[in-house]
Design a protein around this ligand. Structure first.
Ligand SMILES: NC(=O)c1ccc[n+]([C@@H]2O[C@H](COP(=O)([O-])OP(=O)(O)OC[C@H]3O[C@@H](n4cnc5c(N)ncnc54)[C@H](O)[C@@H]3O)[C@@H](O)[C@H]2O)c1
Length: 421
């Protein structure tokens, strides 16, 4: 019944959590002809979305406004509306606690609110990243607590989000999606919805396999980035250029995928997801030593970068405490406006602890808190550079004019290698 309703686009969609994952999904559902209710607990986010303002780079305000105007998308903070939805996507944050354990506060709150109004012929699809076993052991019992039975009365599936913000080649619509239903009927209904959204579905036998696959995807990146970060230091010791080494290795047409060194790993995904894997492995008594070491290497990178900047300045006869730094790019990644786990911010905080002054420019960020100081973005013009002892290119946002930077600021410390090309 529900499958047919989805195929006829008569099903009402609910998206819980309108962030980097939930908002693009809600818009895609609306564009594909579904009526969508977007529910978020952050009232100011709800109000700005209701006014047609997108806070995410790459999410079109034109599409948002058009869907709101057509009545295809309705944004609310009222959780009671979720019970009216036939398909409920859960896209809430799943961060880490201070001691690097999964923090499921948002997830459990959302699931318990859904459970309170759960009715027959609804499907709940978890897209948030979670540790293997969570769908079956933690989410299913909460949903079945009211007496409804999964696979008969309602449906449950796990389908991890793979969105890569600012990736121009791969978006939500053209990235295949792993789908794992708790029962065969859950699988069928879940596959139907993604198929109707035009997304290629890859069926997976159980939610636990899909949960681990998501952790593999991101731990793989954490480990490989750690490898090149470590090798960058070894190359520095022997006086060769890691970027040239990677370029040379990447000419091999098989068995090698290039990763690049940097200030560390940021965002709401890679560092957190490999920490989830590390936590799970330790809890099961089989520590994931490679992933643990990689996490440590990447987490230590801001300290290494701070020390490298210190060495550069000492060679010029300057002490950190007397220096004014300007950082170009502070978000965790090129062309996104997301500051979560930004390694540049960590480097800036370390420098401030050493007594240095820090300033920044970033096209996506107007104000930045570093320790107890609130910094305002500087105006980037030729005259700006003269005020600083050290200018560091940290995030190569597309809007930075490489030729102009090279011409007006030849002494710039380029941690991204874009100026070399
Ligand atoms: N950001 C990415 O690139 C990315 C990629 C793949 C997977 N993920 C995963 O997707 C999930 C969501 O990540 P995100 O980056 O979209 O997070 P986000 O912080 O951008 O957005 C989450 C939204 O959920 C809202 N929220 C929190 N608790 C809620 C509740 N109980 N009810 C309703 N709304 C609630 C928040 O207010 C916020 O607007 C996480 O598990 C993350 O690991 C993120």
């Amino acid at each position: 019944m529900l499958q047919r309703k989805i195929a006829e686009k008569a099903a009402r969609i609910g998206v819980v959590g309108l962030g980097y994952v939930g908002l693009p999904l809600a818009l895609l559902c609306g564009q594909k002809g579904f009526r969508v209710t977007g529910i978020d607990s952050n009232q100011s986010r709800v109000i700005s979305l209701q006014q047609g303002k997108s806070f995410i780079t790459g999410v079109s305000e034109e599409v948002l406004r058009s869907l709101l105007a057509q009545g295809r998308l309705w944004v609310t903070g009222n959780f009671a509306t979720v019970s009216r939805c036939d398909v409920i996507f859960v896209c809430v944050p799943t961060p880490l606690t201070a001691d690097a354990k999964p923090d499921y506060t948002h997830l459990f709150l959302a699931v318990e609110s859904i459970a309170a109004g759960l009715r027959r012929q609804q499907i709940v699809i978890i897209e948030s990243t979670i540790t293997p076993g969570t769908t079956m052991e933690k989410i299913l019992p909460r949903l079945e607590g009211g007496g409804l039975k999964v696979g008969q009365d309602f449906f449950l599936a796990f389908s991890p989000e793979r969105i890569d913000p600012a990736n121009k080649a791969y978006s939500l619509g053209n990235t295949p999606k792993l789908v794992a239903g708790v029962t065969p009927d859950c699988q069928r209904v879940c596959q139907e919805i993604y198929t109707q959204l035009g997304i290629k579905v890859v069926p997976v036998s159980t939610p636990t396999v899909a949960e681990m696959a998501k952790l593999l995807e991101n731990t793989y990146r954490d480990v490989n980035i750690a490898l090149v970060n470590e090798m960058a230091e070894v190359c520095h010791c022997i006086g060769i250029d890691i970027w040239e080494v990677i370029k040379a290795a990447a000419t091999k047409p098989f068995g090698f995928h290039p990763f690049y060194p940097g200030l560390g790993v940021g965002g709401h995904c890679i560092p957190k997801d490999s920490a989830y894997y590390i936590y799970l492995a330790r809890r099961k008594g089989r520590p994931a030593l490679l992933a643990e070491q990689a996490r440590k290497i990447n987490a230590d990178r801001p300290v290494k970068i701070m020390k490298r900047l210190q060495t550069i300045l000492v060679e010029q006869g300057k002490a950190l405490a007397d220096c004014q730094f300007l950082f170009l790019g502070v978000t965790y990644k090129k062309d996104v406006n997301d500051l979560r786990e930004s390694p540049t911010v960590k480097v800036m905080e370390l420098l401030v602890l050493e007594g240095a002054e820090v300033s920044f420019h970033d096209p996506y960020i107007k104000k930045l808190r570093i320790g107890n100081r609130l910094l305002a973005r500087i105006k980037l013009d030729e005259g700006a550079f003269a005020r600083y002892t050290c200018i560091v290119l940290t995030v190569p946002h597309s809007c930075y004019d490489v030729h102009w930077l090279k011409a007006v600021c030849p002494q710039i410390v380029d941690l991204t290698n874009v100026l070399a090309n």
